[in-house]
Every structure is written in C-alpha cells, then in structure tokens.
Design a protein around this ligand. Structure first.
Ligand code: GUN
Length: 278
C-alpha cells in the first residue's frame, strides 16, 4: 500500500514560511493575472491565485477581458504592465481563445516578470540546461513534493505521460537536469503500458483517466497531475487511485496532491521575481 504525497500539508508549511518573508518586505510584490473569457475552470484557478496571494500579503490584481478582445489589445496591455515598475509579476491564464496567438502573448511578457516561466527566453534557458528566471509552476511543485518525501531522481526512470508546455515538456527538462532518465509519452505512443511498467516514477498529465494499477511497476512513485470531473461530478485524476494505491510506494491524491503545489510554486515565483527586481 502506498504512502500519500500530501501536497496540501506541504503547501501550508511552505506558505507559512513565505508569509513571514513577505511580512518583512516594506514594499510588497504585485502579481497581475490576465484572464481572457469565462472558462469556468480558469476562473476558479485565477480566483484561487488571487486569494492565496492576498493571504500572504502579496498585492494581486485580476484583469478579466471578454473573449472578443483582440490580440493587439492584449499585447498593448502586457506592454503597459511590462513598463509599470509597480507590477512585479505577470501571468496570462491559459488557454486563450483561438483567435489569439499564445506564442505572441508569451513572447510579449518581459522575462523578468514572467512568473510562469513560459516566455521563449525562460523556456530556452530551461531547455539549454541553464537557469531560467523562474521554473514553471506545476513542474516546480512536483519536484518540491518529491523532495519533501526524499524521493531521489538521479538515475531513476521517469515516465511522463503528456507533453504540454505547461507540464510535460518543462518537467522532462527539469527531471533531466536532476539526472533522471526521462521518457515522454503522448497520444501517439504505442504500447503505453509496456513503457509505464518500467517507470520508477510515473507522472501523468493528460486530463483523462488513463492509468490503472496494472500498468505500474510494484513500488513505483505515482504523481497524478490530471484533474477533472467525471460523469458523476466527482473530482478525479488521470490515475485510478484505488488500484494504483495497492501497487505504488507513493501516490499523489486528486485533489490535495499536485494542485496545491502549483499554487505554492506560483507564490514562491512571485516572491523570487520581486527579489530579483529590487
Ligand atoms: N492554465 C493551466 N495551468 C496554468 C499555469 O500553470 N499557468 C497559466 N498561465 N495558465 C495555466
């Protein structure tokens, strides 16, 4: 039976320390979150970000644009925020409506205010094995969680299912930098089960229920990044928790595993950017 990777407790521990740090700042960091449209999941994420920032004494502002906003208008706003010295961190919530180029938007954010680590500059740094201004939040949260439980990455076979720019791709590089052997699987991967069976650490970030206990190696570590509502309205992850729990040595629950760590990393990144700037 597995031990739980408790992201909720670790979040509380890290944010308590972070609040003490922020309390000592005379001027506080300011995080601006841009939300385009009314995607219900994005709205919940953005509200959580704002609420957590406020609890820490970090200034936060949410700018909510209708989905009809043009790319040019959005880029003008980002430019304004880049040039406003009182704004220390900028986040554009993804996904964006189809008529807006995500690449152009990410490219417009000043790298020193890029709290997600998603700009081409910071991604380029990460992919060339250099230190970006900050690391992307979900991968960073996963590494913090594994580290808390003293789970070693060096020499381990890490299998990541999902190759998104938010999780799979940056996580693969961060794991490589920690000397893991990394395999990235995706929708075209053949014989997924044969590969997942060889994972010492399995990370699934797909957003649908695809991993069952029988696909895992006994004693492996399971990190479940997926979160969605099933047909009965129950919050679920990518991994069938009951069967995986019997096989794994550690498993992150949904909710309460990776989700709280993403928001923790966002707060850490907000403070790191602020410290770089002052
Ligand atoms: N949408 C889902 N996850 C994220 C994230 O980590 N950052 C941003 N900007 N958008 C997201």
């Amino acid at each position: 039976m597995a031990q739980i990777l408790d992201g909720k407790s670790l979040k509380e521990k890290i944010l308590k320390e972070l609040k003490q740090k922020v309390d000592c700042f005379e001027v506080k960091p300011t995080l601006v979150v841009i939300l385009v449209g009314d995607n219900p999941a994005s709205k919940i994420y953005v509200n959580n970000k704002k609420k957590t920032a406020e609890q820490l004494g970090i200034n936060s502002q949410v700018i909510n644009y209708p989905s009809e906003i043009t790319e040019a208008e959005l880029l003008t706003k980002i430019n304004e925020l880049n040039n406003d010295p009182s704004v220390t961190a900028i986040l554009v919530q993804l996904p964006l409506p189809e008529h807006i180029s995500k690449e152009n938007v990410m490219n417009a954010i000043a790298p020193q205010k890029d709290v997600d680590g998603f700009t081409p500059y910071n991604f380029g740094k990460l992919f060339s094995g250099e230190e970006p201004t900050v690391y992307p939040c979900t991968p960073k949260g996963i590494l913090l969680l594994l580290d808390e439980y003293n789970i070693e990455l060096k020499g381990k076979h890490v299998v990541i299912v999902g190759r998104s720019n938010i999780v799979g791709r940056p996580l693969s590089q961060m794991m490589l930098n920690k000397n893991a052997t990394v395999t990235v699987c995706h929708s075209y991967t053949e014989n997924l089960e044969q590969i997942t069976k060889t994972a010492d650490i399995l990370v699934s970030a797909v957003g649908k229920n695809i991993i069952e206990g029988k696909m895992l190696k006994t004693g492996c570590v399971v990190v479940d990044v997926g979160i969605f509502k099933d047909e009965n309205g129950k919050t679920r992850g990518d991994v069938d928790f009951e069967s995986a729990f019997q096989i794994a040595s550690y498993i992150s629950p949904v909710p309460g595993g990776v989700g709280p760590m993403t928001i923790t990393s966002l707060m850490l990144n907000t403070v790191e950017l602020f410290e770089h700037q002052v």
